[in-house]
Design a protein. Structure first.
Length: 191
């Protein structure tokens, strides 16, 4: 599982944000028996994700993990929060053959991927979209626009597409992570 952190206030906090995200996922990974990788965003603006550089870095992190651990290549997943979710949409959809499924919390297509991203994916990569019902009005509105973009391109609600508004704001909890994992882990890449 690759987990992408949200945007810190400055690049100097990127490592701390990655470690915080890793710490959030670690109990679930220990309980369910999977490896968590938490790359650090390299963007120069507030520690944001930098698609050209970070895509190369994430590919390298994944290759290193596959060399070091017995990773089931049919069961690789990606998850992102906030700006990590925005970037995660684009990265996962452009690497649809790499991942079995992916999820975002408070991440939207408009953030990095673009509204048309589902139409360019090479397969209907299962996606879990979760957003707090009291997140900012702009974030909530953007998240609500995403499910129709997926279904218009062949994703099936409650099958390859899960959309949930949970009680909360711009956040994720252990329960939210587990719900996302429970959706994603059902899928494996079929050769």
């Amino acid at each position: 599982m690759i987990v992408l952190h949200g945007q810190p206030p400055s690049p100097s906090f990127s490592e701390a944000y990655a470690l915080y995200t890793l710490a959030g996922w670690s109990p679930l990974a220990d309980a369910r028996g999977f490896v968590v990788l938490a790359p650090i965003a390299s963007g120069p603006i507030s520690g944001s994700w930098d698609p050209p550089d970070d895509s190369v870095m994430i590919d390298a992190v994944l290759a290193d993990a596959q060399a070091a651990y017995n990773i089931n290549r049919a069961r690789r997943y990606l998850w992102g929060f906030s700006s990590g979710g925005h970037y995660g949409h684009g990265f996962a959809l452009s690497h649809a053959a790499t991942f079995a499924a992916y999820g975002v919390n408070a991440g939207v297509l408009e953030g990095y991927a673009g509204a048309a991203a589902p139409s360019t994916a090479t397969r209907k990569l299962p996606v879990s979209i979760r957003v707090g019902s009291s997140d900012s009005p702009g974030m909530l509105a953007a998240a609500r626009r995403d499910p129709p973009r997926f279904t218009a391109n062949g994703w099936v609600t409650n099958d390859t597409l899960s959309y949930t508004e949970f009680s909360g704001g711009h956040e994720y909890t252990a329960q939210e992570l587990e719900a996302g994992w429970n959706f994603m882990c059902r899928f494996a890449v079929v050769p």
